[in-house]
Write a protein that binds this ligand. Structure first.
Ligand SMILES: Nc1ncnc2c1ncn2[C@@H]1O[C@H](COP(=O)(O)OP(=O)(O)OP(=O)(O)O)[C@@H](O)[C@H]1O
Length: 311
């Protein structure tokens, strides 16, 4: 378990992490999300004892990482996949790490197989693709078979098969009862792998909840209805207090009434329905809404829709 208590980190006038209190529990993949510059990497570095907090504390299984003598057995991490000696090969790199952490050579071969690098373990890391370096970084994190794992943007540089492999691995590690904390600035990467989310905006906690609870925040929730007589159905639904908006292709977007009630009303008035779909905002939309105020490097907003055009 990872516990942060009133954790704060300032760099001059920049507050990278601002009074962060949260718990990351075992048995789950917890996604750590936030726009660029939100403070994710700084938080991970503090948890690992690589950066000192200005105030507050971060503990892994009840102790500060620095005070823990067990190193890689205690927590494993992938922080910066590029941060390795390019002249070495993967086996030598992992063997050196294993030696300094009292880990047997057999474990090096095991993790090389686990991440799919066994066949190229004798090649210089300098010639590795970004995806291969990510796999090597994941292998290093797994080396000590730790109960707590932290991954900073582990999907970077992986091809679609690699992304699927990494997702499965993270889920498997969590299913084994480990604490798995994974940062990303893309919700799309998290929605198929995380079951809990922690969202940061400008160093502050903006959400800490299950993926399902996060999805339920989605601002938009309406029912799309298609009928050959939209005007008649719109009149019926409006009389029942619903909000009705016409969309392209003759679709009605209805708010304030559930799909089953809309279906019953249409039937009662003899109006055929060709489509009846409940729509909720995607997780990506919910994430964008939630962090819109905390985007550090926002671009120009998209051009507004032309006057008179709906939506
Ligand atoms: N060593 C440092 N010195 C000064 N400022 C720093 C330092 N490290 C981070 N910062 C600042 O702290 C803030 C948080 O940065 P951090 O890298 O933790 O964010 P992040 O959420 O990991 O972003 P990204 O998704 O871009 O990696 C940023 O404003 C960054 O510029």
């Amino acid at each position: 378990m990872i516990a942060l208590n009133a954790l704060t980190k300032r760099y001059g006038r920049t507050t990278a992490v601002d009074d962060l209190t949260l718990t990351v529990r075992p048995g789950h993949v917890t996604g750590f999300l936030g726009p660029n510059g939100a403070g994710k990497s700084t938080t991970l570095r503090i948890i690992l004892g690589l950066t000192a907090p200005t105030s507050g504390s971060a503990t892994v299984d009840g102790v500060r990482f620095r005070d823990h003598p067990r190193g890689l057995h205690h927590a494993g991490a992938l922080l910066d996949a590029g941060d390795v000696h390019g002249g070495r090969n993967a086996r030598a790199h992992l063997s050196a790490l294993a030696r300094s952490n009292d880990i047997g050579r057999g474990r090096v071969e095991e993790v090389l197989r686990e991440v799919g690098l066994a066949a190229v373990a004798g090649r210089r890391i300098g010639g590795y693709s970004l995806g291969m370096r990510q796999r090597l970084g994941i292998a290093a994190a797994l080396l000590g078979d730790p109960p707590v794992l932290l991954f900073d943007e582990p999907f970077n540089g992986l091809d679609p098969a690699g992304v699927r492999w990494a997702r499965d691995l993270l889920r498997r590690l969590a299913a084994q009862g480990r604490t798995v904390f994974v940062s990303s600035h893309l919700m799309s990467e998290m929605e198929h792998c995380a079951d809990r989310l922690v969202v940061l905006g400008r160093g502050r906690l903006v959400a800490e909840e299950s993926l399902a609870a996060f999805a339920a925040r989605g601002g938009r929730a309406d029912v799309a209805v298609r009928t050959p007589d939209p005007a008649a159905l719109a009149a019926v639904l409006t009389a029942e207090g619903a909000g009705v908006r016409r969309e392209d292709g003759g679709l009605l977007a209805v708010t304030g009434l559930a799909a089953d009630r809309i279906g019953d009303l249409a039937l009662a008035h003899g109006l055929p329905l060709h489509e009846l779909t409940t729509r909720t905002a995607s997780l990506e939309e919910a994430f964008m809404d939630l962090t819109a105020d905390s985007v550090e490097y926002g671009g120009r907003p998209a051009a507004p829709v032309a006057a008179g055009e709906q939506r």
